[in-house]
Design a protein around this ligand. Sequence first.
Ligand code: SF4
Length: 451
Amino acid sequence: MRIYVKTYGCQMNENDSLYMMGILRECGHEIVDDLETADIALVNTCAVRKKAEEKFYGKLGEIQHIRKKKKMIIGVGGCLAEKERERLLSKGVDFVFGTRSYSRIGELVERALKGEKFTYFEDHIDEITSQTPRIISSHHAWVTIIYGCDRFCSYCIVPYTRGREKSRPMDDVLREVESLVERGVREITFLGQNVDAYGKDLGDGTSLARLLDISKDIEGLDRIWFLTSYPSDVTDELIDVVASSEKISKNFHLPVQAGSDRILERMRRRYTREEYLNLIDKIRSKVKDVSISTDIIVGFPGESEEDFKETIRLVEEVKFERVNLAIYSPREGTLAYKNYEDDVSHEEKVRRFQELLEIQKSINRRINESYRGKVVRIIVEARSKSSLMYGRDIRNKIIAFEGNENMVGKFADVKVNKITAGPLYGRLVWLEGSEDDEDKALRRSNSQAEG
Ligand code: SF4
């Protein structure tokens, strides 16, 4: 069968879809990009924000429109499927499955092909292991190491849709990494909704710090990232391991969500503004040239102008390298939905969003200025929409340059010559595997700059 897969939401969902596609291919199905020619359309959904939900329903309408002209089975999985369940069957979906049953996708598709209409949900994660087939699309791979979340932040639906924290055994994770490296992967990102909680439930000393420490010695693995950190779960051991190796990314993505203690408490985040700032100081004092990025929600219920100003002050004080900004949207089933009135008007939320965005842009521009004239080592990732090639450095900074697809997956040195508030632009001065040795290329680049 020809199967089309559409994914919404976070990297976790993207990675789950790669596993699903790998399993379906192993079962003899073909994965296609063209919805019009597909026999089965699978949608992996997100329920974190209303916008993602709206996008899904738009896509469902498009799929159903095509199904009027040809036979097509529709399967819907992921976080929104967990939330909506049977309701999706009444909207014309043929089968609905949860976030803890991805590895059963082959069987679920077989049932749907026999004409069954059903829902399939499990309470416990049906674990992906190193033996699960998966698709590798480049030199980079995501590796999920912990499922679910125990934090229950008041605005978040994830603990309800993905269940409680469950870590994969470290041996199995390492086997997966080694097998990915054998297949040509040189860069990996360890993933978890709260990646710092990795190993806590196993009770055998497993931790993210230990995993990073062992992984850094895997030959052929050149860069290691981890996402997403929960501030109060970041340990000294983790910071020390990050500082100890050139292979481990010098980027901590630490969602702060708000700068006011009152709002942090309402959000049920388990740290104060001061504790967060102390953590940043500690990381910066131990990890040389580290970059810190964050997530912030504006317009949370009860957020006053003064609370918002506290967030602005925090952003100005920390000077994040990147801020993912979101406007609060109430999610049915969460504590915030139950306990708080969504009392900040939409216009006010948009105003706060824009104000913070402008502040962050000017911070970005100032930080990016420090890159001007520098030669930065990146791994080339892909061609961008502007048709330049791009890659990122060890601090997660994106740099674009003139190049070609043969460079993908290789180390490259790029001399930065143009600054924006977003990506940097530069000129290639060295490419891994080229005849020029690195020193010669650098000397030539510097003398050209002087001239
Ligand atoms: S840490 Fe909070 S925001 Fe992140 S997934 Fe868990 S409950 Fe959601």
